[in-house]
Design a protein around this ligand. Structure first.
Ligand SMILES: Cc1cc2nc3c(=O)[nH]c(=O)nc-3n(C[C@H](O)[C@H](O)[C@H](O)COP(=O)(O)OP(=O)(O)OC[C@H]3O[C@@H](n4cnc5c(N)ncnc54)[C@H](O)[C@@H]3O)c2cc1C
Length: 477
């Protein structure tokens, strides 16, 4: 083991004996995030219980010259929270206090390990909510959401995580604290506030986020949810493009392909969707009278594109059932396939049908089934390629599909990630988008905060190669 006994002893003294994991079984649980086809085992996992402990651990890691990977809930889908070069993994799940809710100022102050859904449960009695809602929100942490600039179903109307970060406290790789923005950080030109933006979407490369001031919104008075089914991709995607122009701006515009609908309907979360059709789920929200007045014009937009069926509901339990079906849909491919590669990109909405048709053609030619469900209003694409890495040639076929998808995405004016980040998964595609000067500028920003490239090496940007032999026995390339 490359981490020294003295270093691990010091970590145990700081965090407590049960809070430093080095056993094979425990480390196995950390050898990937939710992108499970690569394995990168850390040499040790530490679970600090306070900011002071985390600071001291980072300072110790610097003395040890060890690579450090930060982890929230490990639900990321680009390999970001896996220890690509072994070393120390810092799991932030014990930093999970909601420090304050200020209903009058619409601000919550939280530690990074607070789970997204736990914050929303705490906000509900105040009549408030935190809008960004990744479908993993029942497990994913706010620190992980900010580090990935997470999106979600209702982000079409409300915007992604970046729009809700007022300020944060971070610990630098040298073990020092810095405050960027604050509770008023997003409300005016607050001194220092723009720096926080660098940390939103920084994928754990710049520093550890240890405290967040988040912007809240009042819960809407009323919702109406629409379910339309379409026999083909053309009608479904044309309806998406039409819906986003509705004057009430829908909260959500989501698509599931017929394969995804079939899986949902075979699961305990079936919601009466029509297997064999594309399902479009949309929602509007606001004052009850406004929502009811707007519903007919939204339905008219859906009808224009030849839906096989169309219904809407304002009933809270039916609405919950429909959204639950959509949210669990993301996890179902993994239950029926030995391996799944979820790709993630964003393209102009008007090119959705063309790119989806190309993905269908190419995956059929490679003999790799694909399932789609995605935040269509945002122009996101999430093909789930289903394969079995034990079958010779399948992993390579999926890699080819991923590369061709990214080439197409860039060719139609899109970009390499809609919300899952670059992590270790997408680094090879960066040259499709950035030239040497752009790469150098981005690397210079990372180096300013993380000069020794200690934090999350092997992710997002090319960085340092720590001495070989660090990675544990479960490691694959
Ligand atoms: C079923 C499913 C559905 C999903 N749906 C969505 C969706 O709708 N929208 C979406 O955007 N994503 C979605 N995701 C992806 C994932 O849940 C998000 O990226 C989420 O934000 C990750 O949070 P996490 O706490 O699990 O972070 P992790 O996976 O643990 O870490 C993610 C990144 O954040 C860094 N990090 C973690 N904590 C800190 C910290 N305290 N300081 C600095 N860096 C840190 C890590 O180093 C890593 O680079 C989904 C994933 C799954 C499995």
């Amino acid at each position: 083991m490359a981490l020294s006994g003295r270093f691990l002893e010091e970590c145990r003294r700081l965090a407590g004996p049960g809070r430093v994991l080095t056993g094979e079984a425990a480390l196995t649980a950390y050898d990937s995030d939710a992108l499970t086809h690569g394995h990168h085992r850390p040499e040790a996992v530490v679970l600090p219980g306070s900011v002071e402990e985390l600071k001291a651990v980072l300072a110790l890691a610097r003395g040890e010259d060890a690579p450090v990977t930060l982890r929230g809930a490990g639900t990321g889908l680009s390999g970001g929270a896996a220890a690509a070069q072994g070393g120390l993994l810092v799991h932030c799940s014990r930093l999970r206090r909601i420090l304050s809710i200020d209903p009058l100022n619409l601000v919550a102050e939280v530690e990074p390990g607070v789970v997204n859904a736990a914050l929303n449960r705490a906000l509900e009695p105040h009549g408030l909510f935190f809008p960004p809602d990744p479908s993993s929100g029942f497990a994913s942490t706010l620190g992980g959401n900010v580090a990935e600039n997470a999106g979600g179903i209702r982000c079409f109307k409300y915007g992604v995580t970046a729009a809700y970060v007022l300020g944060m406290e971070v610990v630098t790789p040298a073990g020092e604290c810095a405050t960027l923005g604050g509770p008023a950080g997003g409300l005016g030109p607050a001194l220092g506030a723009p720096w926080k933006s660098l940390f939103v979407g920084s994928e754990g490369l710049l520093g550890a986020i240890v405290r967040l001031w988040l912007r809240l919104r009042p819960l809407p008075e009323s919702h109406r949810t629409f379910l339309a089914t379409f026999p083909d991709v053309g009608g479904a995607t044309a309806a998406v493009v039409d819906l986003v122009h509705h004057p009430l701006t829908p909260v959500a515009v989501e698509l599931m392909d017929p394969n995804c609908v079939r899986l949902v309907e075979l699961s305990p979360f079936k919601a009466g969707l029509d297997p064999g059709s594309w399902a479009l789920l949309a929602e509007i929200a606001g004052p009850a009278e406004l929502v009811e007045a707007a519903a007919p014009s939204l339905e008219a937009r859906l009808r224009r594109h030849g839906p096989g069926s169309l219904r809407s509901t304002g009933d809270p339990s039916e609405r919950l059932r429909l959204w639950k079906a959509r949210k669990v849909g993301g996890g179902l491919p993994g239950q029926v396939s030995p391996d799944v590669m979820v790709q993630d990109a964003v393209i102009p909405r008007t090119r959705l049908a063309e790119v989806l048709a190309e993905v269908a053609r190419e995956s059929e030619a490679e003999g790799i089934p694909v399932i789609h469900l995605f935040h269509a209003g945002d122009g996101n694409l999430h093909p789930n390629f289903m394969f079995d890495a034990r079958v010779p040639g399948q992993a390579e076929a999926v890699r080819r599909l991923g590369r061709r998808l990214m080439e197409k995405v860039v060719a139609v004016g899109g970009t390499l990630t809609g919300e899952h980040g670059v992590g270790s998964d997408k680094m090879e595609y960066l040259p499709l988008l950035f030239g040497p000067a752009e790469m150098a500028a981005q690397s210079a920003v990372a180096s300013a905060f993380n000069p020794e490239h200690r934090l999350n090496p092997g992710k997002l940007l090319p960085g340092r190669r720590f001495r070989p032999g660090r990675a544990g026995p479960g490691t694959a390339a």
